[in-house]
Design a binder for this molecule. Sequence first.
Ligand code: ZN
Length: 127
Amino acid sequence: MAKMKKAEVKPFKELLLNLRARLRGDVSTLANSALSSGGSGGSGSSSVPSHMADMGSDTFEQDNTILLMNSEGETLTAVEGALERIEEGVYGSCLECSGKIPKTRLKAIPYTPHCVKCASELEDGNY
Ligand SMILES: [Zn+2]
């Protein structure tokens, strides 16, 4: 079975932890960026300290910013599974054929459990 080195897995683990936090609504990084980019163009205002933005974030802000809303639960499950595979040292291997999942695919969909071939055979469009 093809295994990835820890150093190779690390950036994906960070991606997945970030994604999981966002899906759970633990952090407001998306809300923060939405707040700063959606401003009314006022001049000279210094950036808002993150802890203040945290306190001011509302749930409807997150509704607007999380684009994965439709399959949020599904995606969260997939992210959890990917993190488990990282802990088990099997991340990056296809669950179906045990083949190596290309890094380009992992970069696009870090929580995918399948290689491109198996994903298309399973007709699992999302991952
Ligand atoms: Zn496969």
